[in-house]
Design a protein around this ligand. Sequence first.
Ligand SMILES: [Fe+2]
Ligand SMILES: [Fe+2]
Length: 244
Amino acid sequence: MSTTSTKPTLSADLTVGEIVAAWPTLARVFEQLKVDYCCGGKRPLRQVCTELRLDPVSVVALLQASVDALASAAGSELDVSAYSLTELADHIERTHHAYVKAELPRLCEMADRVARKHSWRDERLVDVAETTLALAAEMFSHMDKEEKILFPLVRQIERGASDQFHCGSIANPIRQMEDEHESAGQAVARLRELTDGFAPAEDACNTHRALLAGLAEFESDLHRHVHKENNILFPRTLQVAGNN
Ligand SMILES: [Fe+2]
Ligand SMILES: [Fe+2]
């Protein structure tokens, strides 16, 4: 069963999470403007603009122009807004979780190698390796909880089960997952800071360059991953649970 949804009208009164849920291609524009749309997705665009000293009217115009320009562009971000809860949980596992499981061990290994070889000229590389390793441990445990506990509950709720489980309401594990997203988001922000925005020095070796490119891609995937959970899967699950 698929839930259909009508697109809202693009305005500064929508939250940034609602905006990316309705127009996934705008994630790129928000990334350029340094707008946090995943963990900070519940804030209205107007409030975010005030915080970043941006004019909301210009930002909405920019977003609208991007929607118009990207609407027919090939390779635009997959629109999951019409997915059922089960389809969305399956999609997240098949794409984002599979990517994290394949990519993080590779990034940890490269970060360790780069730190051992080059930390004599940039000691922050030790911190990069440690932060990547800690992030990997956190992400593996986090995804395990989603795959073994939360997502099965989401699928049960969609099939009409009650919201009351032995661990209490599903709102509790959802809140815990959101806290863990916040923590992973902070780790990735720290990696960005430690690497000057994932920018390689002119004389950086190939492994160092591959590490930075991999971390930048990881950040981008994490934003989309967390956005789909925080702004689409979790609020819709709570909504369905409330009606069961
Ligand atoms: Fe996840
Ligand atoms: Fe998650």
